[in-house]
Design a protein around this ligand. Structure first.
Ligand code: AMP
Ligand code: ZN
Length: 114
């Protein structure tokens, strides 16, 4: 837990969010500024700032994020039409919240990466 981290506060229920899934390891909630009909953020409850801080010891959490994204996508009928998973890293990667998170985007035709 990082005391000044918005996503830690959401995972601890200290800040409100539109939560769509939660278990002991992770929490998923709707993005506050959705870029697609489905735009869910899946985050670990532990504070890892970015992909740069992943190690052999904590990288299992990434599999959990991806599998949860897959499940949420399937529940919403997105498995067959498709969806996008994005993880931004640091400033040039477009990361604005420094608590690692996976974006799940779907429900419309997504354009190429820019
Ligand atoms: P990134 O740019 O990859 O760091 O993504 C951060 C995402 O978090 C953006 O898409 C924001 O719209 C979203 N976001 C920031 N604050 C909140 C919040 N309090 N609740 C939900 N989504 C948020
Ligand atoms: Zn955090």
């Amino acid at each position: 837990m990082s005391s000044d981290c918005t996503f830690c506060k959401i995972s601890q229920h200290e800040l409100p969010a539109d939560i769509v899934y939660e278990d002991d390891d992770l929490i998923a909630f709707n993005d506050i500024g959705p870029q697609a009909p489905t735009h869910v953020l899946i985050i670990p409850k532990i504070h890892v700032p970015s992909v740069n801080e992943l190690t052999e010891d904590n990288c299992d959490l990434v599999s959990k994020l991806v599998l949860r994204a897959k499940a949420i996508a399937a529940e919403r009928g997105l498995a067959e039409p498709g969806y996008r998973l994005v993880m931004n890293c640091n400033a040039e990667g477009g990361q604005t919240v420094f608590h690692i998170h996976l974006h799940l985007l779907g429900g419309r035709q997504l354009k190429g990466m820019g």
